[in-house]
Write a protein that binds this ligand. Structure first.
Ligand code: PLP
Length: 637
């Protein structure tokens, strides 16, 4: 269950100095704390996030930043050769970005203290996309040379120090470097497939805005998600209302907003659509399960492919337009065969639709992809990309190879959620309560200390004599620890229940606590079976039991890498605790891993070995599968 390897984080190359972080904290940059807005509202309502310095970052700000980035690019200021001119332009851009909306930015004004850092690195990090660079600047991203757990722990430690005790609740560090890398890798690995990010996975405004800037489409499941995406100015042809069973009010909203595309999988939905929004283009979702997917979806959604002809005939009878076919193999897919089979099934639906007289032109591959990095920080796609490309070539061949996807008359999209979101975020949970317990457990024959032998101490001594053996203790006392964390099953850790995730904890000792006394250091380093409790009054609200952790103090933190998918998006505010609006910080790393290169930053088990104790919550285990074992490198970082 628990692999404990390490102690406190070491400073990683490129992590900002506490002083730099303190300066930013004082200026309000990079620290997006939402406590001023009502937390019952979901993060969706905050797509217009504050720019550093507290101003709302609306479309006009984004456009202005983007124009400035374009200008910088046009002047060729993304290299060291023109560093002085770049600095001047950057100061100008920063001044413009930080100036009040009503006041025109003075041409030669020096950058005010609260200005976001707006240097050419944004453009380089964003692969020369001015729109994406503008998003990095708008969210006040700090540049990190490395984004592995050790580098993030060092950054978090600096944040904790800079906030001088003010960071006493759950916080997230979003690393926008990872979705940038994942976007580029996707386009290379699956050039025919246009990703439509599944907003449900994490509606974090920075993620939505970055992906919108890169050209992604969006898969929305409700009115609120549609509103969030449309508010960003995403064109209608990059939006799909991919909920096969829509609430009436959501459907009316989609109609009024002119959303062009939606899915269905039942006759009842067809009748509902015929009554409320007959003009929308329809995509038939069929069932195509990977039985080994971590979260199978087929029990609830997706028509049996055998039902397709009848559903298509009904759509025709109702005067509706079916334009394509979709499926979802299940979240965190493990079998390549699932995609191959699903694409073949979609071909049959296309044939049936065309026979019915529909102009079938959209294939939607759904979600199920996992975004991963190898030890060198390269995005790892695995054979899934090869399998999809081959199946597309077979069942939806390009008429004119070399046209870069044009020519087959079918637009191919997908709905990845976890792929982009998971590694984009690291959660920080302070420990705010603790307790030592001595628990009597039965001695396990030949095994030492019962349930958690590592920390056990026998209750009485025994000898080798038979008399003594007869009197050998049958129980032993184990020293256990309880810790209370600021997040639990009602918060981001709902992912343990609903998404079968096993987040990995890394110990982050608070830089604000006095150093541990020399004579206590050994005790502190020892591992104890520990229970991690969530903060609500519900006794079922625990994150892990008997997780082997070193001794921690109130004020220390646990850091949870790769917790960006299906975490805060599913939280509620039970007990009045504001789980749904954690504090947020933004960085952009240049590499997805630490500078020792050995510790990929991805979800699931593992994670030890970089300078902080690591242990996997919710019972451990890894999520290996066929796809994972057949990984292949897709792109250099
Ligand atoms: C319709 C639909 N599309 C896309 C997704 C995203 O899936 P994933 O995060 O596995 O990519 C989901 C997840 O539940 C979904 O229901």
């Amino acid at each position: 269950m628990a692999e404990v390897a390490i102690t406190s984080p070491r400073p990683a190359g490129g992590a900002p100095s506490p002083r730099a972080v303190a300066a930013n904290a004082a200026a309000g940059a990079n620290d997006h704390h939402n406590s001023s807005r009502p937390c019952s509202a979901s993060a969706l309502r905050a797509t217009s996030s504050p720019l550093p310095g507290g101003r709302p970052g609306g479309a006009a700000d984004a456009a202005r930043l983007e124009a400035l980035c374009e200008d910088l690019l046009a002047r060729g200021l993304d290299g060291a050769s023109s560093a002085a001119a770049a600095e001047a332009a950057a100061a100008e851009a920063a001044a413009a970005a930080a100036a009040p909306k009503s006041a025109p930015a003075p041409k030669s004004a020096p950058a005010p203290k609260s200005a976001p850092p707006f240097l050419p690195w944004h453009l380089r990090a964003a692969h020369h996309s001015p729109a994406a660079a503008a998003v990095l600047a708008a969210f006040g991203c700090e540049r990190l040379s490395h984004g592995g757990p050790a580098a993030l722990a060092a950054h978090a430690s600096a944040l904790v120090a800079a906030h001088r005790g003010g960071l006493d609740d759950t916080a997230y560090v979003y690393d926008l470097g990872n979705p940038l890398r994942l976007w580029r890798a996707w386009r290379r690995a699956l050039p025919r497939v246009h990703p439509f990010y599944a907003v449900k996975c994490n509606p974090e405004p920075a993620l939505l805005r970055l992906l919108a800037a890169l050209g992604a489409g969006f898969d929305c499941a409700s009115r609120a998600e549609l509103e969030a995406v449309l508010a960003l100015g995403v064109p209608r042809d990059r939006v799909i209302f991919a909920h096969p069973c829509k609430r009436a009010s959501d459907l009316r909203f989609a109609r009024d907003a002119g959303v062009e595309l939606t899915t269905f999988d039942t006759a009842s939905e067809l009748h509902k659509i015929a009554a409320a929004y007959p003009g929308v283009d329809l995509v038939l979702r069929v069932r195509a399960d990977d039985p080994d997917a971590r979260v199978p979806l087929g029990l609830k959604y997706g028509a049996d492919p055998a039902e397709a002809p009848a559903l298509l005939a009904l759509a025709k009878a109702l005067g509706l337009a079916v334009v394509g076919c979709s499926f979802h193999v299940g979240s965190a897919c493990r079998n390549l065969a699932a995609f191959e089979g699903a694409i073949a099934a979609a071909r049959r639906v296309f044939d049936a639709g065309e026979a019915e007289g529909f102009a079938m032109r959209l294939l939607d591959l759904g979600g199920g992809f996992t975004g991963r990095f190898d030890a060198a920080g390269n995005v790892v796609f695995g054979d899934i990309a090869g399998a999809i490309n081959a199946a597309l070539a077979r069942h939806f061949p390009l008429l004119d190879e070399g046209e870069g996807g044009a020519g087959c008359g079918v637009r191919v999209i997908s709905e990845p959620g976890r792929y982009f979101a998971e590694t984009s975020a690291t959660m920080l949970t302070p420990i705010y309560g603790s307790r030592d317990r001595e628990v009597v457990v039965p001695v396990v024959e030949g095994g030492g200390g019962g349930a958690a032998g590592a920390a056990s101490a026998p209750s009485s001594s025994s000898s080798s004599s038979s008399a003594a053996a007869a009197a050998a203790p049958t129980t032993t006392v184990v020293a256990k620890k309880d810790y209370w964390l600021t997040d639990g099953l009602y918060g981001s850790f709902n992912c343990i229940l609903y998404d079968d995730q096993r987040p990995t904890a890394h110990v982050l000792r608070s830089p604000l606590l006095p150093p541990v006394e020399q004579q206590q250091q050994e005790q502190q380093a020892k591992l104890y079976p520990s229970t991690l409790w969530g903060p609500t009054c519900d006794s079922a609200d625990y994150i892990a039991k008997d997780l082997m952790l070193p001794a921690l103090r109130n004020g220390d933190f646990l850091l949870w890498p790769a917790t960006g998918a299906y975490t805060v998006a599913g939280a509620c505010d039970f007990n009045g605790i504001e789980f749904t609006c954690p504090r947020k910080f933004y960085v952009c790393s240049e590499s997805a891993v630490d500078d020792d290169g050995g510790h990929p930053h991805h979800g699931g088990g593992g994670g030890a070995g970089h300078g902080g104790a690591a242990a996997t919550a919710a019972g451990g285990g890894s999520e290996g599968g066929a796809a994972e074992q057949q990984q292949q490198q897709c792109e250099g970082a």
